[in-house]
Design a protein around this ligand. Sequence first.
Ligand SMILES: CC(C)(COP(=O)(O)OP(=O)(O)OC[C@H]1O[C@@H](n2cnc3c(N)ncnc32)[C@H](O)[C@@H]1OP(=O)(O)O)[C@@H](O)C(=O)NCCC(=O)NCCS
Length: 147
Amino acid sequence: MSQTLHDQITFMNIRKFIANDRPKVIALWKSSFPNDPPHNAPALVLDAKLAVDDLVFVVEQRDEIVGACIAGYDGHRGWLYGVAVAPVCRRQGVGSALIYFVLKELNLLGCKKVNLQIRTGNATVTAFYQALGFAVEERLSMSTFIQ
Ligand SMILES: CC(C)(COP(=O)(O)OP(=O)(O)OC[C@H]1O[C@@H](n2cnc3c(N)ncnc32)[C@H](O)[C@@H]1OP(=O)(O)O)[C@@H](O)C(=O)NCCC(=O)NCCS
């Protein structure tokens, strides 16, 4: 392992979100998901999630938030949302470390299977999840908005 990579791993702190992280996490999601619809505005999503539970996770490196995601567990399945790593920190194992951490946290809650959705325009990210052991399942995803 190179010294640079060793230093990056040494200084990677993965933990639950705290209030001080809010502007940095919002900025990270804005830059990572620039085409998301207005109802997925990062501030709205973050506040709505924190009103329900605290399963929001961040990766901190040298006082910067370089990774974040939301997890959910409904007693049957776990879900991942908003998985993002700062562009300058990608392909350094940050995203993998975050997902492994979150899977462990979900498993501690009793979760045995985790689902996620990838927008069709973002299909290249499939390789990231496959490298982590996720498999594509033959499903159609449906949803509705509740007025
Ligand atoms: C997807 C994302 C979180 C990956 O984070 P990351 O820190 O770069 O991922 P890692 O460094 O842990 O990658 C681990 C492995 O996944 C695969 N991988 C990661 N990004 C990839 C990409 N863009 N294309 C192909 N394979 C990729 C590689 O096998 C990689 O290992 P390698 O670098 O040794 O080849 C990051 O690219 C990102 O934030 N993208 C924008 C937001 C997004 O689309 N999120 C997913 C929503 S479903």
